[in-house]
Design a protein around this ligand. Structure first.
Ligand SMILES: O=C(O)C(=O)C[C@]1(C(=O)O)C=C[C@@H](O)C=C1
Length: 96
């Protein structure tokens, strides 16, 4: 590979690595908060999932994605993926 191309690829990959690290830290913080939500819901016998809240989140994230020029379908799929995992955690907490 041309040395200039290799240097540019390295530079871009360094930025990708930084962003991936930021995403992991953000997700870890989000899961720490949803863990607290799970404990609160279990203590008050609230259902693990809240479809109405999810519909609001999806509508909001789709809007934000469009503004940011990110595919709104992708944003929705990503939220659903994360929330499905959160609901699994909530169910585990509720089961004791
Ligand atoms: O807000 C809640 O009620 C949550 O449990 C958190 C959360 C989320 O991860 O954002 C997860 C499950 C619910 O269906 C809705 C939202």
């Amino acid at each position: 590979m041309d040395e200039e191309v290799a240097a540019e690829l390295r530079r871009l990959r360094d930025s990708i690595d930084n962003m991936d690290a930021a995403l992991i830290h953000l997700l870890a913080e989000r899961f720490k908060i949803t863990q607290q939500v799970g404990v609160l819901k279990a203590a008050h016998e609230l259902p693990p999932a809240d479809p109405q809240r999810e519909a609001q989140q999806i509508a909001r994230l789709r809007r934000l994605a469009e503004e940011a020029k990110l595919d709104p379908e992708f944003a929705e799929k990503f939220l659903n993926f994360v929330v499905a995992e959160v609901v699994r955690h909530h169910e585990r907490i509720a089961a004791g």
